[in-house]
Design a protein around this ligand. Structure first.
Ligand SMILES: Cc1ncc(COP(=O)(O)O)c(C=O)c1O
Length: 451
């Protein structure tokens, strides 16, 4: 029987402009590698290097860029999900569940095991004891964050952020009709650090929550226990509730250690926080719509629950439970590969585009690139100004995003959407085959050389 994957890759690729990538990375290029033809293991190791095509699956990272830019875009290096084929345990568990052909509403029994495996993962990987009954299941990190902001930050009040920070937080603020309060971090010697005086000065009476991102998207900072304790102390003193978004927890580079906010050695600080997690990004499945949040503070937990509409997706629970139970080896091997990708970018830029500054990521699968003068040289200021009078007003980094697609065929995320201090930056996703990464960097190098 022919396998019907529900995808229409080859048709989609026709005229979709990915031919350059195919030429660059050989016969297993985007659009040619399909799951049935690829072994999971090569020499006993998971294969993250063979390009695994997502084209035609409706992905934002690839298909939405093709829909927007057509033939001009050759590689999508934006949106924060990884291109890797998911761990085999995930597909296997879903296939098993497919044998039961009813998809009706689910109760707590459906995720009792899920809560147990979450608690186990946190204990084994991070030494954190989470009470399984305190774990609230959500359809994503965003719904939990929005419920928490709604609980503690009334409309028109301020939410504290350390910028550059995840651009999706600004959507959460729009959703809750709250206002940004941005404490810009200091960038020095390839690393971001907190401006402590500024951060505390912003903890004003109309600021009741702080959105902390650890590890931080887009800078890749993995916050130390000392930094987290200091943030926690300031927030406690100024009655600001800490909302710790830890969706990138599992992505740390060699030598780095993720510290869950809830593991800090100060009960009062921990009790002033809620933690938000998911392993969907970790295992290449963020559209399985599955996340969770928890707090040691029972009152906070109950208050936020009142604003939270929990949702359970049958296959989401199955897939995520399988990943927690059986995905450890896959993830450990992935982390080695990603560490290599980060190093590759750093070395490549140093050697080939030395005028660019690079942020040395400690975690995440994201690279925060400082294009600096290059943006000015391509005239982003003038073009952005001119666009303000049109139906399509663009920020300077949006102009540069288009310029990069036009001149390099590479789509990156525009820096200014990450808040104050991001004016000459772009975010690049390194969660892909190193062949794709090299292809993107080669193209950027060539485009920049002509400026
Ligand atoms: C820091 C951070 N939080 C939340 C999200 C989105 O999470 P979800 O899809 O679970 O709502 C992302 C996605 O990029 C992210 O980077």
């Amino acid at each position: 029987m022919p396998k019907n994957t529900g995808l229409n890759r080859r048709n989609f690729i026709k005229g979709a402009g990915m031919t350059a990538l195919a030429g660059a990375v050989g016969s297993t290029a985007a659009g040619t590698a399909v799951a049935e033809e690829m072994p999971y293991l090569v020499n006993g190791k998971y294969d993250f290097d063979t390009v695994y095509s997502r084209i035609g699956s409706g992905s934002v990272k690839w298909d939405s860029q093709i829909a927007k830019y057509g033939n001009k875009v050759k590689v999508g290096m934006g949106i924060a999900d990884t291109d890797f084929r998911a761990a085999p345990c995930i597909g296997e568990a879903m296939a098993e569940r497919l044998k039961h052909e009813n998809w009706g509403y689910l109760g707590g029994e459906a995720y009792a095991e899920f809560r147990e495996v979450i608690a186990e993962w946190n204990h084994d990987r991070y030494g954190l004891a989470v009470d399984p009954t305190s774990i609230q299941i959500a359809t994503g990190v965003h719904p939990g964050l929005i419920a928490a902001i709604q609980t503690y930050s009334p409309p028109a009040s301020k939410v504290l952020l350390m910028t550059p920070t995840y651009n999706g937080f600004y959507s959460d603020l729009r959703n809750t009709q709250t206002v940004k309060n941005e404490s810009q971090m200091v960038f020095e010697n390839g690393h971001y650090s907190i401006d402590w005086d500024d951060l505390e000065a912003r903890m004003t009476p109309d600021t009741q929550t702080m959105l902390l991102c650890n590890p931080q998207n887009p800078t890749g900072n993995v916050w130390s226990e000392d930094d987290l304790l200091r943030i926690g102390e300031l927030c406690l003193k100024n009655q600001v509730v800490v909302l710790s978004d830890e969706i990138h927890a599992d992505f740390t580079r060699a030598g780095q250690k993720f510290t869950p906010f809830a593991s800090l050695p100060d009960k009062a600080i921990v009790d002033n926080s809620l933690s938000f997690r998911a392993i969907t990004k970790t295992f290449s499945m963020p559209a399985s719509k599955n996340a969770y949040w928890f707090s040691t503070n029972k009152v906070m937990l109950e208050r936020v629950k009142r604003n939270h509409m929990a949702g359970i997706n049958t296959l989401g629970i199955v897939a995520n439970t399988a990943a927690y139970k059986h995905g450890k080896d896959w993830l450990d091997q992935l982390l080695v590969y990603l560490d290599g990708n980060h190093q590759f970018v750093e070395d490549y830029l140093k050697e080939n585009i030395p005028q660019m500054r690079y942020t040395r990521a400690q975690g995440t699968f994201l690279s925060w690139l400082h294009f600096d003068d290059i943006m000015d040289e391509v005239g982003v200021v003038k073009k952005s100004k001119a666009s303000q009078m049109t139906d399509n007003p663009q920020s300077e980094t949006q102009v540069f995003e288009d310029w990069l697609v036009e001149n390099a065929g590479v789509q990156l995320n525009n820096g200014q959407s990450y808040g104050k201090g991001s004016d000459r930056c772009m975010r690049m996703n390194v969660g892909c085959s190193r062949k794709v990464l090299k292809f993107a960097l080669d193209n950027i190098k060539e485009a920049v050389r002509k400026v």
